[in-house]
Write a protein that binds this ligand. Sequence first.
Ligand code: UTP
Length: 226
Amino acid sequence: MKAVVKLGGALFKRDPDVDALRTTGKILSGFVGEGNQLVAVAGGGQNARVYIDAARKLGADESTCDLLGISVTRASAELLRLALGSVAVPKIPTMLSELTHYVSSGKVVVLGGLQPGQSTNAVAALAAEITHSDFLVNATDVEGVYTADPKKNPKAKMLRSVSVDKLLSWAMAGDVYAGKYELLDPVALKIMQRARIPTRFVSLDDPSNITSALRGRDIGTLVSYS
Ligand code: UTP
């Protein structure tokens, strides 16, 4: 199986949780040890937001803030690469065109950000498209996709499945600022839509959710395409 896993900011706190990184690394290594192909994409988390906020206060434009965010996502990617150990390619590619070359090594390729104007969710979608992946798992700090932000609205309900069109309508209504891309940014959704990438959102709280989703378990939220 060919898979892409996006690991959200929850794994890359300001004070990184080394045990959680180690456990995630072990679980992903086990998946690759079974003969599967994997690209793992790291988000920037709280650190990206803090750095972007500081840069904005210092007068940086949004592209510069995005570039700073990309640097932070690459630092997250380094941590993830270290947690994966020898099963990971020792370099974090900085261009999508390098990905197919590194994937052919049979090792896990770890990516951070690539270019301004998007989040690492777009990186994950592009990686899934270019590697012809069978599945994309997007692991975040909530159980799946909700009708509203579950951290702000206690009445928010988790959806077992959601159409890409619905996600796009939500994304288009949201802001597109560095460090503030909503659940999924428009670039990520457009790529998912054109490549019809089978995608499931799961919670990072238990990293075994990732492999459960890859093995076809009906957890979290599945994205549907019309
Ligand atoms: P994240 O992917 O972590 O963004 O990248 P996010 O969606 O805002 O955060 P999470 O998933 O909730 O943790 C951090 C920031 O880096 C820049 C953006 O500014 C993004 O908000 N970035 C990242 C890019 O500009 N391009 C990329 O390819 C990736």
